[in-house]
Design a protein around this ligand. Structure first.
Ligand code: MG
Length: 370
């Protein structure tokens, strides 16, 4: 599958107010600012989203760095190509080191365009199978345990397949214990965003008796050895998120025994194809796989749904209903849960959702033809 050439590329910065501020061990997000790329080719258009944040609290990338890398390097390279396929595009980007979220935005826009040109849903182009997708919800740090329990109760009522809470040193055991007292049997996991260190192993070992599905990224991203030591000391599976930027990182983790689960965010690893390579390696090596979230708009939320049609994605991810985060989104239709907590894939070619021009205009901060 190729696209003859890209006629036009536009970068669009948007800001969507979150219904509730989202707090992690590393920072708080009030408005979800995001960067979109719209590509046009022969009457069709494809969208990609960069899910970096405005500040570098999750990874080093920010919306500002991604815009600069896309504008100065990736998009000019893309516009210079003819008969574009993924290999050609990735080779053209090979001299740009790092910046996976900027690259994912470009690759995903091209993938949407490819699938729309072919008239098929994206999952058909990436080896997926149409099926309902399991849901999951990530709850940020709250002002009180009562507020957290209220949020968990709502999630359980909605039939989310997995509830994840953010933790940090000093805000862990008490929260989990309160949830377990109320909900002894739900699929529950915790995410520390790397906020513990080796001196706090005992606090992490204390979580081993709560029957958690996993402890996500307890330790700093580069410390594979400490994750391996911790995994040997606890029964609860460790899930790596920020540590895994490429398949080589997962090979390191597997060889050391540093995790039993991986959270694959296609944006963090540089797009769908690298995400699939990591998922395939994980499955071959008995590592559980799920798709993480980035408080993204409906564009990336749809991409994540298509990715989860791949067989390797065997655990509930972070994909929630749109209304969990936003009163208004820039795409139609929103993600909703059915009565059993599943999400149906969006119908239609490409990513299957369409950008609503009125909502895009309302929430745009910048619109630039590159
Ligand atoms: Mg995480």
């Amino acid at each position: 599958m190729t696209v003859p050439k890209i006629d036009r590329a536009e970068l669009i910065a948007v800001s969507l107010p979150l219904k509730h501020p989202f707090r992690t061990s590393a920072g708080v997000v009030v408005n979800r600012e995001s960067l979109l790329l719209r590509l046009r080719c022969g009457g069709l258009e494809g969208f990609g989203e960069c899910t970096a944040f405005a500040i570098p609290f999750y990874t080093y990338e920010t919306l500002e760095t991604a815009q600069r890398i896309a504008e100065e390097y990736l998009i000019p390279e893309l516009l210079s190509l003819r008969n574009i396929d993924f290999d050609t595009m990735r080779n053209a980007f090979a001299d740009v080191q790092g910046h996976p979220m900027a690259k994912a935005m470009v690759e995903n826009a091209v993938a949407d365009l490819f699938a729309r040109a072919k008239g098929v849903p994206l999952y058909e182009c990436i080896g997926g199978t149409k099926k309902p997708i399991m849901s999951g919800i990530a709850l940020g740090l709250k002002s009180s345990i009562d507020a957290l329990i209220d949020d968990v109760t709502l999630a359980v009522d909605k039939k989310y397949h997995r509830v994840k809470i953010k933790i940090k040193p000093g805000a862990d055991k008490e929260l989990i214990s309160a949830i377990r007292n109320r909900f002894p049997d739900i699929n529950l996991s915790v995410d520390a965003n790397g906020s513990y260190d080796a001196s706090r192993f005992s606090a992490l070992r204390d979580l081993d008796g709560f029957n958690l599905d996993m402890i996500e990224q307890p330790l700093p991203r580069r410390d594979f050895a400490a994750h391996a030591r911790l995994q040997k000391a606890i029964r609860t599976p460790i899930c790596l998120d920020e540590s895994i930027e490429c398949v080589e990182d997962l090979k390191t983790a597997v060889s050391l025994g540093a995790c039993r689960v991986v959270n694959i965010k296609q944006s963090r690893v540089g797009g769908l194809h690298r995400a699939i390579a990591i998922a395939e390696y994980a499955r071959t090596n008995g590592i559980g796989v799920w798709s993480g979230g980035m408080l993204e708009t409906g564009i990336s939320r749809a991409v994540n749904l298509h990715l989860q049609t791949r067989d390797e994605f065997n655990l509930p991810g972070d994909t929630s209903e749109t209304t969990r985060y936003f009163d208004e989104d820039i795409v139609d239709a929103p993600v909703v849960l059915d009565e059993d907590g599943f999400i149906q894939l969006p119908e239609g070619p490409g990513i299957g959702v369409d950008v609503n021009p009125d909502m895009l205009a309302k929430h745009s901060l910048l619109h630039k033809i590159v």
